[in-house]
Ligand binder design. Structure first.
Ligand SMILES: Cc1ncc(COP(=O)(O)O)c(C=O)c1O
Length: 475
């Protein structure tokens, strides 16, 4: 039995994405072969992948990468000057001046790591950040996997445990399980907009001690899939808790660019830690993650991310840095990351377009979140907490008891059955809450709302038809 199930027996169906994704692929293939369906195409918004949902990439990123791929474009005056200058600069830091060469740096090209450190300093109001503390990986989850792998030890009551929010990002239980760590669940407070609660952290830790060896706490801020944005007071509480209990803090901040709730702002764990003074800033081990898969970039397929490692024992850090060696990470995502953390600024030829594109994504995200939340709350048997950041909504489903019984008879989680039927009947692929570790009978669904507004409308209309039919069938 997996460690996930041992501590939280209700975390089931964690590998269900495979079955829903393969069902979606099968339906797409049937449509291609001419099968008649009530819909013409499948829309998959089960993961935070805005491009999959139809959002356009940011031009500056793609233009710079295009020139890096094909340097003859350096002479193309149809491209903005700053695009060509940036590409030249980036090609200059690639081995042999080509993106086709292996990079010789296992934790990332030094120039890119320096840009990341400068970005962190600008973001966090000038506090220091050092390229030596930054490690690039092909996707932030790869970085997280390296940390989990590093922390894994023991078995049974000595096995490393990690405190994980419930609900959690849907890939997380599998990452823990694969690396032999025990998932220690702490519940987020749905009725308080999915806030973190200090008493609940204490309860979860106490319950886990003696059953495993809790060594870290994972935080997703802004929350995936909850959309909750932590305030400074909460972050301070979590940092104090980690300090008192000797836990490593893993702060997943990949949606830091997507806060849209009124009077909400993203504050990094790094900033708060340093604002708390030496007692904490020199003691708490903090690892923060950010990624090209962020809301505004949405470059999930490029697979690029970084972690910033603070207060880690130098020997451990050295080992961590050697973990990708001798296989250096891919070059293109590193260049894309450099562009993400160092975008055009006012006065640059590309600034106007860049600004308009980011603004468009931000307004789309904010309007879609509000629209979808109101829409879902108007459906009978559905309740949705407003999201303040991130790309997901995560409504609670009050399923008819007959449907729950039917699902149990079929040996499927009721929220998985709901998603399967929705996919088969309406061609919309959502994520079932059990993948996020949600406890039975607390059913939820997960949908990425960063999509073109017309696509969102189509998703909502199809979802409503299905949902109302279901309630009619099981009154
Ligand atoms: C827990 C978690 N962190 C980070 C990410 C983004 O990861 P990556 O940078 O590997 O695309 C995801 C994406 O699903 C995630 O689930």
């Amino acid at each position: 039995m997996s460690s996930v199930q041992e501590v939280n027996p209700t975390v089931r169906g964690i590998r269900a994405p495979t079955s829903l994704q393969s069902l979606a692929a099968r339906i797409r293939e049937e449509i291609k072969q001419g099968a008649q369906k009530p819909f013409r195409h499948v829309i998959d918004v089960s993961s935070g992948d805005p491009h999959r949902a139809g959002m356009a990439p940011i031009s500056f990123v793609r233009q710079v990468l295009a020139v890096c791929f094909y340097p003859n474009l350096l002479k193309d005056e149809g491209l903005p000057l700053d695009v060509r200058q940036r590409a030249q600069q980036l090609l200059g830091v690639c081995t042999g001046g080509s993106v086709g060469s292996y990079s010789s740096a296992c934790c990332g090209i030094p120039y890119v790591l320096k840009s990341v450190a400068e970005f962190i300093m600008r973001r966090d109001g000038g506090m220091s950040s050092h390229p030596e503390d930054i490690i690039f990986s092909n996707g932030s989850q790869k970085g997280l996997m390296m940390i989990l792998h590093l922390m894994a030890s023991g078995e049974g009551e000595t096995q490393t445990g990690v405190l994980i929010p419930m609900p959690c990002p849907h890939t997380l239980p599998v990452l823990l399980d694969d690396n032999g760590l025990t998932l220690v669940p702490y519940q987020l407070m749905e009725d308080r907009g999915w806030a973190v609660d200090l008493d609940e952290l204490r309860r979860a830790l106490k319950a886990a001690r003696g059953r495993c060896e809790p060594r870290a706490i994972y935080i997703s801020n802004p929350g995936n899939p909850t959309g909750h944005v932590q305030d400074r007071k909460t972050i301070e509480e979590v940092i104090r808790f980690a300090a008192t209990e000797g836990l490593v803090l893993l702060a997943d901040e990949m949606y830091q660019d997507s806060v849209h709730g009124q009077e909400k702002e993203f504050i990094s764990y790094n900033k708060v830690l340093f604002d708390m003074g030496n007692e904490y800033s020199e003691a708490v081990e903090l690892i923060s993650f950010h990624s090209l898969s962020s809301a505004m970039m949405g470059e999930c397929g490029l697979r690029g991310g970084y972690m910033e490692v603070i207060n880690m024992d130098p020997a451990v850090k050295k080992h961590l840095k050697s973990m990708q060696c001798p296989l250096s990470p891919a070059v293109i995502p590193q260049l894309a990351l450099e562009v993400m953390v160092n975008p055009p600024t006012p006065g640059d030829p590309s600034y106007g377009t860049y600004y308009q594109e980011i603004l468009h994504s931000q307004t789309t995200l904010s309007a879609n979140t509000q629209r979808a939340c109101e829409f879902l709350n108007d459906l009978p048997g559905m309740n949705c907490q407003p999201a303040m950041g991130g790309v997901f909504l995560y409504p609670c489903l009050h399923l008819p008891p007959q449907m729950i019984d039917k699902a149990k008879m079929l040996g499927v989680e009721p929220d998985v059955l709901y998603c399967q039927k929705l996919l088969e009947e309406e061609g919309v692929c959502l994520g079932p809450g059990c993948e996020n570790g949600q406890e039975d009978p607390n059913y939820h669904i997960r949908l990425c709302v960063l999509a073109p507004p017309a696509t969102l409308e189509e998703i909502l209309a199809r979802l409503r038809s299905f949902h109302l039919r279901l309630l009619d069938k099981f009154p």
